[in-house]
Design a binder for this molecule. Structure first.
Ligand code: FES
Length: 111
């Protein structure tokens, strides 16, 4: 994506979407919600506060279409996808990706 010269400046430096979609038990697709995604999204928000991150935003979302990589987290504007299964994974992604501009390759989802 290319920003155009007349575009207003971005309101946030980054936007994180954490899928918290929950399908009924037994659904063949499964869901991020069944893998504890709501608790992980809550931990994302809490860690934002603890790290003093004010120029980025986390949002819980419906299905992001990466159900095979659950629980799915995507960070824009980079469009980098992660599978985060634990609170420690969440903290590592925030501290590396957002705070340092690095990547957590072991948690990244290939294209
Ligand atoms: S249910 Fe989370 S990506 Fe589909």
């Amino acid at each position: 994506m290319t920003r155009l010269p007349d575009d207003p400046p971005p309101f946030y430096r980054a936007h994180l979407f954490m899928c918290t979609n929950k399908r009924p038990p037994g659904n063949p697709w499964g869901s991020c919600g069944e893998e504890g995604a709501q608790e992980l999204a809550d931990h994302l928000r809490q860690t934002f506060k603890e790290l003093g991150i004010e120029d980025a935003r986390v949002a819980a979302s419906g299905c992001l279409g990466r159900c095979d990589k659950k629980p799915a987290l995507v960070i824009y504007p980079e469009g980098v996808w992660y599978t985060v299964k634990t609170k420690e994974d969440v903290e590592e992604v925030l501290k590396s990706h957002l705070a340092k501009g690095e990547r957590v390759k072991r948690l990244m989802v290939p294209a």
